[in-house]
Every structure is written in structure tokens, then in C-alpha cells.
Design a protein around this ligand. Structure first.
Ligand code: GLY
Ligand code: MN
Ligand code: MN
Length: 494
């Protein structure tokens, strides 16, 4: 998000020049203790406010990268009008909203994160003119500024359109006009669906579901290869995540005295202090909860002697997320069986990571890891071999459960709607970032495995960049081998 600047001090009696829409009556909340506004108060609130307009702002770091991506989008859809919304606030209850997270496509193409924003690419000559529609500063003359729940007095100062233009390098217009301006134009429109129902409804007779899906797919594929700026952001997300994992290890005794929530809260503190948020709901799964892939209730006990599967990622201020998992012995030492299973998963992950290199098939790292896991399951007598038969029939999947990884970027499951031929049936290229995350999960009620296995779940997940000649593990700072995990935990627990 574009940062809110410090306000300047020059005092003027002029109301802010923007947002001159003064006709709409401002709706007040029911049951307000201040139900009415006297003419005198309304008049009083119009003036006496400083001119805080910021001038000579530098473009944000993302601006040139976003411009390059818009150029690629323009080249793919010549002569077509394209609409990419940021999405809107969603009501939690009454007049409170969920925290807002701008649509990934919008962030990637603008560097902006403003709720309600809409990027429009209008055909022009050989290419397109890009315009960003945003909500201007609050009108002070009609009371919107202080009486409307989304007025700046309630939610904080916004950038003026002129400020946004400087920061983002895009001409900006009043978003309250966007539907009207777009409906007035002839010809079809492509929109990224699912983010702005109101705009989709207004443009319904210009839209076509298949054409819109082509746009969404293209934008998903546009994110497959990350540029140097994005790789830097992902590394920053991972670095914060490493610190968040260290925070958790340091408070495991407090988690034992309370619950998995202590772990969730501890990691969340790091995410909020250093980044925007967590990139997905943290999975803080102790004991048998580790066998539930997306355990986000995090309300269970944390017990010495059991394992903690922590799958969590910090999302940077620019919205790039890490996605890292470590499975840790809560008392600092793996039991013999825990270590055997852990080592099996570690070996599978090593094989998976070794298969990540430019020119390799995307599926290779999954196949390599699954082969190791199937071999372990046969070796431990949990499934009848040979390994080839197990793999052919997919019998290992009772315990391996999920694919071995996915693309990572602005979304934790990035590029999710890319075509199969460019993603899972595609080939790895330098600049791609993916997770390698094999696991073994023995459900507490799985009668096909010896009792001592039941309730053990292990996953190890790292974030891997495809380089020119192989790969780089962005999360290598977090120990993985069992011995290293133990000594790291001993060091942190003091
Ligand atoms: N944290 C979700 C995943 O690992 O894909
Ligand atoms: Mn994960
Ligand atoms: Mn993952």
C-alpha cells in the first residue's frame, strides 16, 4: 500500500478541493448518541482544516515493474477494453468490515492496494491508455469527511488523486464515475471477475464469461516467472517468517501452558509488526492435529513428547507471502519413531528440491519426493511393495495426501488458474518460485498402521527459487535436518 504521509502544517480555511459530489445526503448510523447535526455545527465542520496536499512525491518501487506488466497485458489483448478491480470491503456485521486485501491481479498491475480501486486499460493507437479509478479525498463541504463511516475522519487520510498519480505513475480518476463512464462507451469489456460484483452488474451486457476467464488465466500466467523485485520481496517474506518461527520456539513453554493459539498469536505478532499480515491462516497443529492438512482452528493442547507442525508465512507490506513448514518436537528432542518418520520426509524433500532446475518438468520434484515416500512406506512394512506397484496404484497417497508443492508469490497458491500446459504440465524456468513440501500423515484412527504411528504428522516445506543453473532455497536459514532442528531449538530455548 502506498504509505500515508505525514501531514503538512499550512493552515487554510479552504475545504479540500477534491470530491465535489455534495448532493448525496450522508446517512448516519442508527442509534447514534448524536442523531442530528445543527446547521451551525455543519457549517463549523466545513472549514478550518489545513491544506495537507503532498507535492513532488516519488513513484513507489513497484511502479516500473507494474508498468512493464501492463505493457505485456496490453500486447496480449490489443484493441480491447480491460478492467481490473481491487475489490471492495466486505461486511463482517452491521457497520464493521473484514480487513481488506486487494485482489492479486490489481496489485500486480498497479502496485496499489486501495479498496474499491479499478484499473482500466482503454485501447489507444497500438496499445492502451491505463487509468486508475480511486476514491478521492473526503468532501468536507457536505459532511462526508466526518459523518460517513468511510470518511477520512473515521478511516484515516487517503491519497488525493494527484498524489496517487505521482506515486503510481498512472493518471487517476474518481472511482464513483467508473461504472457510468464505462457503460457509456461502445464495445465489449473484459473484467477480472469475482472482486467487484457491482461493476460486473453494471457492465453485464458488455461481458462474456469465457472472454473474462481468458483475461484471468493470462494474468495468472503473467505471474509464473518473478522479476528481481518480486524475488527480493519473497526473500523478505521468508526472512520475517524465519524470525516468526524462532519466536514460536522461544515460547513453546507458554503454549504448553495454554494452547496452539499461543503459537498462532506469537507468529501473527511478527507478521503484523514486520509485514502486512499472515499470507494464509497459520496452521499450528500439535500432536494428532498435525495429520489434518489445514488445521487452522488452533485450539488444541500443546504437549511435551508430541510434534508441532507449524505451517505459516509472513506477507510483506507489498503482499508477497512466504509458505514454510517445520515439524518440531515440542520438548526439543525427537523420539525414535518421530525421527524415523521425520528423516523419511526429509529425504523425500531433499530428492524433491534436487529435481528443481530450469528445463525440468514441473512434475519432476513431486515424482521424486513421492518415490522416496513410497519407498519408506514399503520399507516400514506399511504397504506391500514393490515401490513401482505402490506408485502406479497411488497407494502411498493414503499417507502422503497432497501434492508436493505449488507456485508461490502474491498468493500462497500463486498462478492457480494458469493453464495446465503452462503450470503442472509445464517446464521450470529461472525466476519461478515454488514450495517443496512432502509430508506423511498417520491419522489417529488409521487401523492399517501400527498403533505407535497413529496421530503422527510430519511436513517439511521450503520456498525454492529456480535459478539459471539449479535452485536456491530461500528458506534455508531455518534448519531442516533433525539434528540441526534439535540444536537450533536448544539454542533458542536457552
Ligand atoms: N500453507 C498451505 C500450503 O502449504 O499449501
Ligand atoms: Mn504451507
Ligand atoms: Mn504450501
Amino acid at each position: 500500500m502506498v504509505g500515508i504521509p505525514r501531514e503538512e502544517e499550512a493552515v487554510t480555511d479552504q475545504p479540500a478541493p477534491e470530491n465535489p459530489e455534495g448532493d448525496e445526503p450522508i446517512k448516519q448510523r442508527k442509534n447514534s448518541l448524536y442523531p442530528g447535526v445543527s446547521d451551525e455545527l455543519a457549517e463549523n465542520m466545513k472549514s478550518g482544516w489545513a491544506d495537507t496536499e503532498l507535492r513532488d512525491l516519488r513513484p513507489v518501487e513497484q511502479a516500473p515493474h507494474a508498468a512493464r506488466r501492463r505493457a505485456a497485458l496490453s500486447a496480449r489483448f490489443p484493441g480491447e477494453r480491460l478492467v481490473i478491480p481491487a475489490g471492495n470491503l466486505k461486511t463482517r456485521s452491521n457497520d464493521t468490515e473484514y480487513s481488506f486485501r486487494a485482489a492479486t491481479e490489481y496489485v500486480h498491475l498497479t502496485g496499489d492496494q486501495t479498496e474499491g480501486g479499478v484499473l482500466v486499460l482503454e485501447p489507444s493507437g497500438e496499445g492502451h491508455d491505463a487509468t486508475l479509478y480511486l476514491l478521492p479525498r473526503s468532501n468536507r463541504a457536505n459532511g462526508e469527511f466526518w459523518l460517513d463511516g468511510q470518511g477520512e475522519l473515521w478511516v484515516g487520510r487517503r491519497h488525493s488523486l494527484a498524489e496517487a498519480e505521482q506515486l503510481l505513475g498512472l493518471p487517476s480518476r474518481d472511482v464513483r464515475k467508473v461504472a457510468e463512464e464505462l457503460t457509456a462507451l461502445d464495445g465489449p469489456v473484459r473484467i477480472v471477475r469475482g472482486h467487484d460484483a457491482g461493476l460486473e452488474e453494471a457492465l453485464a451486457d458488455k461481458l462474456d464469461a469465457d472472454r473474462d476467464e481468458e483475461l484471468r488465466v493470462f494474468l495468472s500466467e503473467l505471474r509464473l516467472v518473478k522479476d528481481a523485485y518480486e524475488i527480493g520481496q519473497l526473500q523478505a517474506a521468508v526472512d520475517s517468517t524465519v524470525r516468526g518461527f524462532e519466536d514460536v520456539v522461544k515460547v513453546l513453554d507458554k503454549a504448553e501452558a495454554t494452547s496452539e493459539r499461543y503459537i498462532e498469536g506469537t507468529f501473527f505478532l511478527r507478521a503484523r509488526v514486520e509485514g502486512n499480515d499472515v499470507g494464509y491462516g497459520s496452521i499450528c497443529a500439535a500432536g494428532p492435529h498435525a495429520t489434518t492438512l489445514h488445521w487452522v482452528r488452533n485450539d488444541g493442547p500443546v504437549r511435551a513428547g508430541e510434534l508441532l507442525l507449524l505451517d505459516a508465512g509472513v506477507e510483506t507490506h507489498t503482499l508477497y507471502t512466504a509458505d514454510v513448514t517445520r515439524t518440531l518436537p515440542i520438548n526439543g528432542r525427537f523420539s525414535e519413531l518421530q525421527r524415523k518418520i521425520y528423516d523419511g520426509v526429509y529425504e523425500a524433500q531433499e530428492a524433491g528440491i534436487a529435481a528443481v532446475r530450469p528445463g525440468a518438468k514441473y512434475r519432476d520434484f513431486h515424482d521424486a519426493a513421492q518415490r522416496v515416500l513410497a519407498g519408506k512406506l514399503v520399507e516400514w512394512g506399511l504397504v506391500e511393495g514393490p515401490v513401482e506397484r505402490v506408485l502406479e496404484l497411488g497407494l502411498q497417497r493414503r499417507w502422503t495426501l497432497h501434492g508436493t508443492g505449488h507456485m508461490l508469490g502474491l498468493d500462497v497458491h500463486d498462478c492457480a488458474v494458469a493453464r495446465t500446459e503452462t503450470y503442472v504440465d509445464g517446464v521450470l524456468e529461472p525466476g519461478m518460485v515454488l514450495t517443496v513440501e512432502p509430508g506423511l500423515y498417520f491419522q489417529a484412527d488409521d487401523l492399517t498402521v501400527p498403533e505407535e504411528y497413529r496421530g503422527i504428522g510430519v511436513r517439511i516445506e521450503d520456498d525454492i527459487l529456480v535459478t539459471g543453473d539449479g535452485n536456491r532455497n530461500l528458506s534455508a536459514a531455518l534448519p531442516r535436518a533433525a539434528d540441526e532442528v534439535e540444536s537450533w531449538m536448544a539454542r533458542l530455548k536457552g
